[in-house]
Design a protein around this ligand. Structure first.
Ligand code: FAD
Ligand code: MLT
Ligand code: ZN
Length: 448
């Protein structure tokens, strides 16, 4: 056994240091199967002290560390690059304190899943503001590290908006902890927000203090067939003006629906087929149904109020990711645009995809201007289509990462969304906190 492995085994115990290729495999290939890399081992520390000891040992041996949560990330940030790294799985950091009802806050360990956190909040009559289809595996730590968005971003904001404080271990092994839940705290640099969206490059998040929201009354779900993306955005805006409690406004198109139906055997959602669909979720009463039906009669729509019927409509949207992956290894391009530019971007996207001799499945969180362009066809390592789509989004005043992060997938094109001065400042922060560059090298910044 090499010296580092012996030290790691002494820290976490032999059952939590994995080297068997069969056991390690699930940690070294990402959810999409597009990104993978070798690991020296996987270590699963039990608490913050063990995380610190792991980082100190790896620093002493000059070995890179890749923090990982549920491994549901879609940009290759949670798996090693070409260098053999230690994968630090935070899944055993499962602290979950009682909900503080007075402040509507909770402290959760990095390894708690979003589904567990949401259920915990619901038992106290409160709601955690972030929800996403990966809820059963995605973790508190991973969603903070990626600043995950999801299906309720238009209502509650992304993960960073839920974050009141966190505990993390920095590259040298020092622990920063701000879990007191003080909302009014204006004391210098906000390290909590600096770590949100840092994708494992600045520290290992071990716990967080999170805001909760009053649980909203039962929700109404509408699935409307529309002629295209412009109409979908317009109908979403109309619904928002009718129902102030709009929680989600999601979009998908006929090719994505066809893949979902082929993969899941779900029946057609509406009697007729449409080029595109809008799925909206609102906190609404029975009375609101009337108003929505009048509006939705402009199009054909299905309206659901009970939980089971709503889940049936949501399945057409939420099962896109797995259905696309069942058809191939997608190039997942997560862009956002000003709402007024969506239609122009969408039209030009077809030309870009046609030139690449590929096919694109487009869906996303249209209320936030966020489209997921999933390209099937090009080889895993062929970035030409990624580059063209991301340049197109940037050219329309959009961003190359709305909610998934930069990861390894987009590190080489960070400059499309950030100026040279911004990248220089970001690199300065990285070198100050991780001078040896051992935390997630190759993620966020391309090797220089
Ligand atoms: P991982 O995939 O394990 O890691 C992601 C990144 O965070 C990596 O860079 C990793 O190094 C870092 N990281 C993980 N844990 C820590 C930690 N404790 N400390 C420091 N860094 C850490 N994303 C959205 O934003 N919105 C969606 O709607 C959405 N839907 C999805 C649906 C499906 C079916 C799938 C498969 C994915 C979806 N995602 C979505 C992407 C993914 O779920 C999110 O990026 C999520 O935040 C990743 O969490 P994770 O725990 O799986 O992190
Ligand atoms: C989603 O909104 O469903 C996710 O971000 C997953 C994906 O992009 O495939
Ligand atoms: Zn998404």
């Amino acid at each position: 056994m090499d010296a580092l492995l012996a030290e790691l085994t002494a820290i976490a115990g032999p059952e939590h240091v994995l080297t068997d290729p069969d056991l390690v495999a699930g940690y070294t290939t990402d959810w999409t199967r597009r990104f993978r890399g070798p690991a020296r081992c996987v270590i699963r520390p039990a608490d913050t002290g063990e995380v610190a000891a792991v980082l100190i040992a790896c620093a002493r041996h000059g070995v890179p560390v890749v923090p990982q949560g549920g491994n549901t990330g879609l940009v290759g940030g949670g798996v090693p690059g070409s260098q053999g790294a230690v994968v630090l799985s935070a899944r055993r950091l499962r602290r979950l304190d009682p909900v503080d009802a007075l402040s509507a806050q909770v402290t959760a360990g990095a390894g708690v899943t979003i589904a567990e956190l949401r259920a915990h909040a619901a038992r106290a009559g409160l709601e955690y503001g972030v929800d996403l289809a990966a809820r059963d595996s995605a973790t508190v730590g991973g969603t903070i590290a990626t600043n995950a968005g999801g299906i309720q971003t238009i209502r509650y904001g992304p993960t960073r908006a839920q974050l009141l404080g966190l505990e993390a271990v920095l590259a040298g092994g020092s622990v920063i902890s701000r879990l007191g839940g003080i909302q009014a705290d204006n004391t210098g640099y906000d390290l909590t927000q600096l770590l949100a969206g840092s994708e494992g490059t600045l520290g290992v998040i071990t716990a967080a203090r999170l805001r909760l929201w009053p649980a909203e009354p039962p929700t109404l779900t509408v699935l409307a067939g529309v002629p295209g993306i412009e109409a979908a955005a317009a109908v979403a805006a109309e619904i928002r003006s009718l129902l102030p409690g709009l929680r989600a406004a999601e979009y998908f198109e006929a090719p994505g629906l066809a893949l979902v139906r082929a993969h899941t055997s779900l029946p057609a959602p509406l009697p007729r087929e449409y080029p595109a669909y809008l799925l909206a979720d609102a906190a609404a009463s029975e009375d609101d149904t009337e108003r929505i039906v009048v509006l939705a009669s402009l199009q054909e729509a299905a309206v659901a109020m009970d939980a089971q019927a709503r889940a049936r409509l949501w399945a057409y949207r939420e099962r896109h990711t797995e259905s696309i992956s069942a058809a191939g290894i997608p190039h997942k391009l997560d862009v956002a645009l000003p709402l007024g530019r969506l239609a122009a971007f969408r039209a030009e996207l077809d030309e870009v995809i046609a030139k690449a001799d590929a096919r694109a499945i487009v869906f996303g969180h249209i209320g936030a201007g966020n489209l997921h362009v999933n390209v099937l066809g090009p080889d895993r390592d062929d970035d030409a289509v990624d580059d063209a789509v991301l340049r197109l989004a940037a050219g329309h005043g959009g961003t190359i990462s709305a909610e998934h992060g930069i990861g390894r997938a987009k590190a080489a094109v960070l400059h499309l969304s950030r100026s040279a001065a911004e990248i220089e400042a970001m690199r300065a922060v990285k070198s100050a906190l991780d001078p040896a560059g051992l935390l997630n090298p190759g993620v966020l910044f391309a090797p220089s």
